[in-house]
Design a protein around this ligand. Structure first.
Ligand code: GLN
Length: 533
């Protein structure tokens, strides 16, 4: 293909319609036709990145290979496409303004008044096209966060309006996602919200090329015709997106609705052959027809909002499917666990995962859960803070180091088994200052971890400030909790195991960020396997 094509995805009526999944599904279909595709998310909030956001606000913060803290939709993009995203794939209003203000301070604008139009919109356009330069991708799909009509999204809408005008109609197109609600009282599906939402887009100078209508029941041809007529789009460009039992079904549903074909047709590209989705379909078959079920406890402190652990949830779906096993996740609030109820709360679990996290709320509940898993030989997986809790528990109860702790929770602990990393000392700013992104790790042969990865040299993504304190390494090793993965450059402990236990693995990194449909993460796969046997 000669030029990169740009597809802009907007949403109307309400948020949470699944723009991210529609974008990822379309990308998957194009990828399955042999195109190179990437997806970008533009977020209209003023935080420079979501790294400083409480997970209750927007769910999990997803970390890329290059260490960007990003929106959780990037996780979907990677899980669907199996190719890494980067800092350039998530842009916020905060980042746009930061860069424009920096340029202004440098004097780049040569005395001009700096304004939303053209300076902010030009910066948005630059960020969108960054992914298109060097022609690494045939398609760049840009998802605009928020809902049309929001004050915050206006500069983005204006920027993409200009971009299509500049690029030409066969190099860019607009997809607009709306909701068609069913009103029980009248027994009807309603198209008015869609009409209104398209009107808002039109007021901003954008005529959508394709409409994707989210619905909980099938839309008939008459309804599609009506929407087409009132919204000024071709009838075949009105696509239904019906609620699916799993997000992984959506590419198949979009293929049935010919979303990819319509896109290719409008961009004057060949659409004669159908996208081949075989490995994907085989994953779906396994996901939907499990032979066993296991109940695994996810112990964390944001459990009221499962989106806070999005990548972990999805990793279990991928790993479950490989094992032909349905993983029933029981979310356990660590604040509710104490000595008196830990046995009761965790008793029917076949495996326990302690989730990542920050701060001391609920920390003792996590430490008790690690103790329960260790003493009862229940498969255990500690992720980041989860590893740190297992280390603290082992120090207190096996090494008998009373009041051992992480200096994150107890600055004056007599036994700082988890301590601030050297490079973190002296850092005071919070945004983007953790140890972030991909780092190497060397795995010891003959361990559960090696059995999973089947190789010694790996790279995994990080997001933390604290680490295992190597002063205690010998004591741990002698007592039966051993480091089996070490960063070869810095000597930081990356993975700890208890070899005498059925399956007890703690990792300082976040394996969940790298699990995809086609390449489920080996540690999740073997953890689930250990819970079945
Ligand atoms: N709070 C811990 C640290 O900063 C763990 C972080 C995490 O679980 N991502 O090291």
């Amino acid at each position: 293909m000669s030029l990169t094509k740009y597809i802009f995805v907007t949403g109307g009526v309400t948020s949470s319609l699944g723009k991210g999944i529609i974008s990822a599904s379309l990308a998957k279909l194009l990828q399955a036709r042999g195109y190179t595709v990437t997806i970008q998310k533009l977020d209209p909030y003023i935080n420079v990145d979501p790294g400083t956001l409480n997970p209750y606000e927007h769910g999990e913060c997803y970390v890329t290979e290059d260490g960007a803290e990003t929106d959780l939709d990037l996780g979907h993009y990677e899980r669907f496409l199996g190719i890494p995203t980067s800092q350039a794939n998530n842009i916020t209003t905060g980042r746009i303004y930061q860069s424009v203000i920096n340029k202004e301070r440098r004097g780049d604008y040569l005395g001009k008044t700096v304004q939303v139009i053209p300076h902010i919109t030009d910066e948005i356009k630059r960020c969108i096209q960054l992914l298109g330069i060097k022609h690494k991708f045939d398609f760049v799909i840009t998802e605009i966060g928020g809902t049309v009509g929001d004050i915050e999204s206006l500069p983005y809408i204006e920027a993409v309006r200009q971009l299509k005008w500049e690029l030409g109609p066969t190099n860019a197109l607009y997809i607009h996602l709306t909701l068609v609600p069913y009103l029980k009282t009248s027994g009807e599906l309603k198209t008015k919200p869609t009409q209104h939402s398209v009107k808002v887009l039109l007021e901003n100078g954008i005529q959508p090329d394709i409409l994707v209508l989210r619905t909980d029941r099938d839309l008939n041809d008459d309804l599609k015709k009506k929407v087409a007529l009132f919204c000024n789009v071709d009838q075949e460009a009105v696509v239904q997106s019906i609620d699916a039992s799993t997000i992984y079904e959506v590419p198949i549903l979009m293929q049935k609705e010919k979303l990819d074909e319509t896109v290719l047709k409008k961009l004057k590209l060949d659409y004669s052959e159908k996208a081949k989705l075989e490995p994907w379909r085989s994953f779906l078959r396994k996901l939907k027809n499990p032979k066993h079920t296991v109940k695994i406890g996810l112990v964390g402190k944001y459990v009221e909002l499962p989106d806070a652990y999005k990548s972990i949830n999805e990793s279990f779906k991928h790993a479950g499917a490989v094992n032909e096993c349905e993983v029933e996740l029981k979310y356990i609030h660590s604040e509710n666990i104490d000595e008196s109820n830990v046995n009761e709360e965790l008793k029917d679990l076949k495996g326990i995962l302690i989730a990542p996290g920050f701060g001391d709320r609920g920390i003792e509940g996590k430490i008790l859960s690690a103790k329960y898993a260790r003493e009862n030989n229940i498969p255990f997986f500690g992720v980041c803070l989860g590893l740190q809790c297992a280390v603290i528990e082992f120090a207190r109860n096996v090494l008998k180091l009373e009041k051992a702790h992480s200096t994150e929770m107890a600055r004056k602990t007599p036994y700082p088994v988890i301590d601030l990393m050297e490079e973190q000392k002296g850092i005071t700013e919070k945004g983007g200052t953790m140890r972030l992104g991909s780092y190497p790790c060397t795995i010891k042969k003959g361990t559960k971890t090696y059995e999973a990865y089947k190789k010694q040299d790996i790279e995994e993504r990080h997001r933390h400030r604290y680490e295992f304190n190597n002063l205690f390494l010998d004591d741990f090793r002698k007592a039966g909790m051993v480091p089996v993965g070490i960063n070869p450059e810095t000597n930081l402990v990356e993975i700890m195991e208890i070899p005498d236990h059925k399956w007890f693995v703690g990792v300082q990194f976040h394996p969940e960020y790298k699990s995809t449909v086609i390449n489920p993460h080996p540690l999740f796969v073997n953890f689930v396997k250990a819970t079945i046997s």
